[in-house]
Design a protein around this ligand. Sequence first.
Ligand SMILES: Cc1cc2nc3c(=O)[nH]c(=O)nc-3n(C[C@H](O)[C@H](O)[C@H](O)COP(=O)(O)O)c2cc1C
Length: 194
Amino acid sequence: MKSDSTLIIYAHPQTKGHCSFILDNVKKYLKSKKIKHELIDLYKIKYDPVLKSEEHYSAGNNFVSSQNKKFQKSISKADKIIFIYPVWWGSMPSILKGFFERIFVSGFAFKFSKKGIPVKLLAGKRALVFMTTGSPTIFAKLFLGNRHKKMIKFHILEYCGIKTKVVQFGNARHLDQNKSKLENGVRKALDSFF
Ligand SMILES: Cc1cc2nc3c(=O)[nH]c(=O)nc-3n(C[C@H](O)[C@H](O)[C@H](O)COP(=O)(O)O)c2cc1C
């Protein structure tokens, strides 16, 4: 059963910078709309992203730590999930990749039918992904096939049934020059998400 709650998953070690500015704006927006939320700040809690042997589900192991069970509960409870992270080497920071590896496990996020077809277990939820890149947005579109966007949307979230919108803020090199673009972009994206 779905409840009306929003989860923010934040993956950046700094408290000053584009991602942190986006997080502040998201929090302000939620407060102004009286939308309650839970925040998982992966660096702040020093989340351990390393998948353990006993958690390796494709080898038949299914241990889930109590911390990860708690995060699975938060994900189950949330009908909307907001991710905020910088693109590092064409992908998400390892801390977030490890979060998916350890938490979005078979039997929780997806399973295989008897015929071997993947079944989406998180259907009905929606995600909004804010990612920042040092290079211009058009660069990744023209030369890299937008793989950084496709990876989280198709390989992870929509594979598990979470309908996903990805918003990229490019040229994220000088925060002072980007603040109004970020403020407007975040507000616009949140207006259509909620
Ligand atoms: C380890 C590392 C890898 C990076 N890889 C990329 C990349 O693949 N593509 C890109 O456009 N920018 C890359 N960048 C730049 C970051 O995306 C950019 O600094 C960040 O999005 C700015 O947000 P922030 O101010 O919150 O850190 C990289 C930066 C670091 C530190």
